[in-house]
Design a protein around this ligand. Structure first.
Ligand code: S3P
Length: 172
């Protein structure tokens, strides 16, 4: 696979902007972009919040891995935005690697993520409480750091600018 043909998976904490950056990447690279959370919701016919609230986080993770396998089976997906917890599951990391995805960690401060979470319309069951979200944020840093690439998302950068930087660094 040449650099230009790279497939990338965006990981990072909730609210960091994975989906928006992926949308710009898809447009810039003129390629198919998939949002894993959206795939889960469409396959399950209900929102992620409803799934987690009904069946619990452990079962949700199984559903998520099932949808990840489904997406990875589609050869033409080149840009994939993961849910904030997807990359923390070793099996998911393995599946992404086997499918030839380069993983990119979008890192930001907790406060930056929290601000986006608080102002977002998306209901995130694992981030309804600030302290619980902060605990999760701290717990996950070591998993996120296993990604192939690492980008610091400064609060003054737009998701378009972050996507531009990724294109310049990962695809050149
Ligand atoms: C989760 C993040 C969410 C969604 C679910 C669980 C997590 O995605 O997958 O609520 O465990 O961090 P975003 O990171 O897109 O908010």
């Amino acid at each position: 696979m040449t650099v230009k043909e790279r497939r990338i998976a965006l990981t990072g904490f909730m609210g960091v902007g994975k989906s928006s950056v992926a949308r710009h990447l898809g447009q810039m690279l003129r390629c198919r972009r998939v949002d894993l959370d959206a795939v889960i919701e469409s396959r399950e016919g209900r929102s992620i919040a409803e799934i987690i609230d009904t069946v619990g986080v452990d079962r949700y993770r199984q559903i998520e891995t099932g949808s990840l396998k489904y997406v990875l089976g589609q050869d033409h997906t080149r840009v994939l935005s993961l849910g904030g917890g997807t990359w923390t599951i070793p099996e998911n990391r393995e599946l992404l690697k086997e499918a030839g995805f380069t993983s990119v960690w979008l890192e930001s401060t907790f406060e930056h993520c929290w601000l986006n979470i608080a102002f977002s319309r998306k209901d995130r069951p694992l981030a309804r409480d600030k302290n619980a979200a902060l605990r999760l944020f701290n717990e996950r840093q070591s998993d996120y750091s296993l990604a192939d690439w690492h980008f610091i998302v400064r609060p003054d950068l737009t998701s378009y600018q972050v996507a531009r930087e990724i294109v310049e660094q990962v695809f050149s």
